[in-house]
Design a protein around this ligand. Structure first.
Ligand code: PEP
Length: 254
């Protein structure tokens, strides 16, 4: 049995006041959520608010990225140690927006993954193809490459036992176009089978989230798929009521 994880990726949105309101809104509704694990990933400057407002609740929080370096002269970066300092549980790694706008390669992402794990945080590794890649029939090739960046680390499949994978088709992110449950399930099953070739046990326990325009209206159907274990939510995570409704949908699929 894999506990569903619903994680909000707030991206570069909000203000101090809006963050306080959103955190309090989620906190107020968390009592109605049963089995789903709930997490939010606010922008770095607001992590202290998550620490203040969420402490003592079941809501976990994390970052949207992490430096691959321990410390030192890396202007603008935030280390895993700092994230731990603020009580983070999760760190999103390899989001397609970072691959695109920050030119993050699979090698960089794999290093970040290791760094996050080394500091006791749980990485949420994002994988996913662009529309062009899907249309060229390259979906499996692309997501395999993204996954293999971690699977091929010296620690091998054991590294994946310490993380979560999020399948996020780039064409579905922020577009309002969601992968159909069948399209998503197909890729999730492919990813799980790829891990199972190395370890059936780790594959069976690995949580694979779906991300890409997941909303209250489609969450239930997506999470009803055998290999979809929750969601990484962008836009819909910015409204407490919508986010909580998705968390409820996660509960329904256990
Ligand atoms: C995301 O960027 O991780 C995401 C899933 O965004 P959205 O839900 O807005 O498509």
């Amino acid at each position: 049995m894999r506990q569903p994880l619903i994680a909000g990726n707030w991206k570069m949105n909000g203000s101090k006041a809006a963050t306080v309101e959103l955190l309090n809104g989620i906190k107020a509704g968390i009592g109605d959520i049963g089995t789903s694990e709930v997490a939010v990933c606010p922008p770095f400057p607001y992590l202290y608010l998550a620490e203040e407002i969420l402490s003592g609740t079941a809501i976990r929080y994390g970052s949207q990225d992490c430096s691959r370096e321990e410390e030192g002269a890396f202007t603008g970066q935030v280390s895993a140690t700092m994230l731990r300092d603020f009580g983070c549980t999760y760190a999103i790694i390899g989001h397609s927006e970072r691959r695109l706008f920050n030119a993050e390669t699979n090698a960089v992402i794999a290093r970040k993954y290791q760094m996050v794990v080394a500091h006791g945080l749980t990485p949420i590794l994002c994988v996913g193809e662009t529309l062009e890649e899907r249309e060229q029939g390259k979906t499996e090739e692309v997501v395999a490459r993204h996954l293999d960046a971690v699977l091929d680390l010296p620690e091998g499949v054991a590294a994946l036992a310490k993380g979560v994978v999020a399948y996020e088709p780039v064409w579905a992110i922020g577009t309002g176009v969601t992968a159909t449950p069948e399209q998503a399930q197909e890729v999730h099953a492919f990813l799980r089978q790829r891990v199972a070739k190395k370890s059936a046990e780790i594959a069976a326990k690995l949580r694979i989230l779906y991300g890409g325009s997941m909303k209250p209206g489609n969450a239930l159907e997506l999470m009803a798929q055998a290999d979809i274990d929750g969601g990484l939510i962008g836009g819909a995570a910015l409204k407490a009521a919508d986010f909580l409704a998705i968390c409820k949908a996660g509960d329904a699929n256990v």
